[in-house]
Design a protein around this ligand. Structure first.
Ligand code: G3I
Length: 404
C-alpha cells in the first residue's frame, strides 16, 4: 500500500512540476546477455525500495548521436581454453561469496595467451583501463571509435565475465577538440549529455557498472578545478548520473574516487556528495574506492571498514575499483616488501567481505608487467597479484585465503 502512495506522489509531483519524474527503479527487463556470458550477478544486498525522492530532479536533456549499438557475436571472439583443474581460483571463491572479482584490461595485451587465460581463470569481471576514455572513444567532435571498447566487451562476454566500464567524466585523457572548444554553458551541457547518452547507449545491456564521474575532489575535500566544473559548474555531476541512467536503466552507476578509502576530508566529501545526490533522487548506486595505495600508509582496515559501512548505510554499494599496492620507495628486500604487500591485500579483501555492500574487488592490472605505475613514475614497481612471469605472488595467495 505504501508503495502505491509513493508511486502516486511521484506521478503527481511529475505532473505538477512538469518535470521528468525520476524513477530509480529499472524501467526495462534485465539485460539480455548471451547465456554463456552472464555469470550470476550478486543478489542485491540492499532493500529494494527506491531512495526517497527529494524535489524531483530536472535537467536539460538531449538525444544521443546516431551510432550502431554494440552487439555480442560469439562467432567474432572465441572463449579462451581454460585448464580443467578443479583447484581454487579467485573467480571460483568470489562466486561462492557473491563477489565480483577481477582486473583492469586492455586489448593491447589480448595477443598474450598467458594474459587472456589467467585473467579469465581468475576473474568474473574486467574493468576497461583506457578503451572507453574520452580521448579514445570520442577522439573528434563528430567521430566515435568503439573498436577497443568493443574488443574488451567481446573478450569479457566470450569468457562469461561482466564489464566494469570506465569512465564517462574525468579530466584526464580528454581530446584536444574538447579542451580547446569555445562554447556557451548550454552548449557544453549538450556536448556532455550527447557523449554520455551515446557511449552508454552503445553498450546498453552489456555493462555491469559505469564509472560515471571519476575523481571529482581534491584531497582537501573541495571539488577539483576540472574542465567540466569550469564550463558547467558543480551540477555536471548530477547531470552525468541522470543521463547515464536514462541511457542504460540497468547498469550500476558509480562515483569513483582515489585516496578516499579511509576516514579523511576527501572521503567525508564523497560521503556528503553521495548523500546529497541520493536526497535529490539522482541515480547513484555505488561509490568506487580505487585503493591505489603504497606499502606505507594504506588506510587502516578499521577506517576502510568504517567508511564502507557509512556508505552502505546510505543504501549504496561499495566497490574496490582499482587496487594496487606500490612497493617503490621502500628499501627493504623485495621478499619483505611482497609479504607486507600481501598483508595490505588480505586486510582489504577481509574488510570488503565483512561489509555486505562491498560486492566488487578489482585490481588495476593483472601482472607487474603491464602496470601503469612503472610507466607513470619511471620507477620499477611490483603492485599487483601476478609477477612479470605471470606467476602468482604472495598477494595472490593472501586474496585467495581472504576469500575462503
Ligand atoms: O595511446 C597512447 C599512445 O598512442 C602513445 O604512443 C603513448 C605514448 O605517449 O601514450 C598512449 O596513451 C597512454 C595511455 O595510458 C594508454 O596507454 C597515455 O600516455 C598514458 O598517460 C595513459 O595512462 C593511463 C592513466 O590512467 C592516464 O592518467 C593508464 O594507462 C591508466 O592505467 C590510468 O588509470 C587511471 C584510471 O583511469 C583512473 N584512476 C587512476 C588510474 C591510475 O592513474
Amino acid at each position: 500500500m505504501r508503495w502505491l502512495c509513493l508511486l502516486a506522489l511521484l506521478v503527481l509531483a511529475a505532473c505538477q512540476a512538469q518535470l521528468p519524474a525520476f524513477s530509480l527503479a529499472p524501467q526495462s527487463e534485465p539485460p539480455v546477455l548471451p547465456a554463456e556470458a552472464a555469470p550470476p550477478a550478486p543478489t542485491p544486498w540492499r532493500p529494494v525500495q527506491p531512495t526517497p525522492l527529494g524535489e524531483p530532479v530536472s535537467f536539460p536533456d538531449c538525444q544521443p548521436d546516431p551510432v550502431e549499438p554494440y552487439r555480442f557475436d560469439p562467432a567474432r571472439v572465441a572463449p579462451v581454453a581454460l585448464p580443467q583443474d578443479s583447484g581454487p581460483t579467485l573467480r571460483r571463491l568470489a562466486e561462492q561469496n557473491g563477489l565480483m572479482i577481477g582486473t583492469s584490461t586492455a586489448p593491447s595485451v589480448f595477443q598474450n595467451p598467458n594474459y587472456t587465460t589467467i585473467t579469465a581463470r581468475e576473474s568474473n569481471i574486467v574493468a576497461v583501463e583506457n578503451a572507453m576514455k574520452w580521448e579514445v572513444i570520442h577522439p573528434q567532435a563528430n567521430r566515435y571509435d568503439f573498436k577497443d571498447g568493443d574488443a574488451t566487451v567481446d573478450y569479457a562476454l566470450a569468457n562469461g565475465m561482466q564489464v566494469y566500464a570506465h569512465v564517462l567524466v574525468w579530466d584526464l585523457q580528454q581530446p584536444e577538440w574538447l579542451l580547446k572548444g569555445q562554447h556557451t554553458r548550454d552548449e557544453w551541457i549538450g556536448i556532455l549529455c550527447r557523449h554520455i547518452k551515446t557511449v552508454v547507449g552503445h553498450y546498453k545491456g552489456h555493462i555491469y557498472a559505469w564509472d560515471v564521474v571519476n575523481e571529482p575532489f581534491q584531497n582537501s575535500g573541495e571539488l577539483r578545478d576540472t574542465h567540466w566544473l569550469r564550463v558547467i559548474g558543480p551540477e555536471y555531476i548530477a547531470m552525468a548520473f541522470y543521463w547515464a541512467r536514462q541511457a542504460d536503466p540497468e547498469a550500476l552507476l558509480v562515483l569513483n574516487e582515489h585516496f578516499a578509502e579511509g576516514l579523511n576530508e576527501k572521503s567525508d566529501a564523497v560521503y556528503s556528495l553521495a548523500q546529497g545526490l541520493l536526497r535529490r533522487g539522482v541515480p547513484l548506486d555505488a561509490v568506487g574506492l580505487q585503493m591505489h595505495v603504497w606499502l606505507y600508509g594504506p588506510p587502516t582496515a578499521a577506517d576502510l571498514e568504517a567508511n564502507m559501512r557509512r556508505l552502505m548505510d546510505l543504501g549504496l554499494y561499495v566497490h574496490i575499483t582499482e587496487m594496487d599496492v606500490r612497493t617503490q620507495l621502500s628499501h627493504d628486500p623485495l621478499s619483505k616488501e611482497l609479504a607486507e604487500q600481501a598483508e595490505v591485500y588480505r586486510q582489504t579483501v577481509s574488510a570488503c567481505r565483512r561489509v555486505p555492500a562491498c560486492t566488487v574487488f578489482i585490481t588495476w592490472g593483472l601482472t607487474d608487467s603491464y602496470n601503469w605505475i612503472s610507466s607513470y613514475t619511471g620507477v620499477e614497481d611490483y603492485p599487483v597479484l601476478f609477477d612479470r612471469d605471470f606467476q602468482p605472488k604472495p598477494a595472490y595467495f593472501a586474496v585467495l585465503e581472504a576469500l575462503k
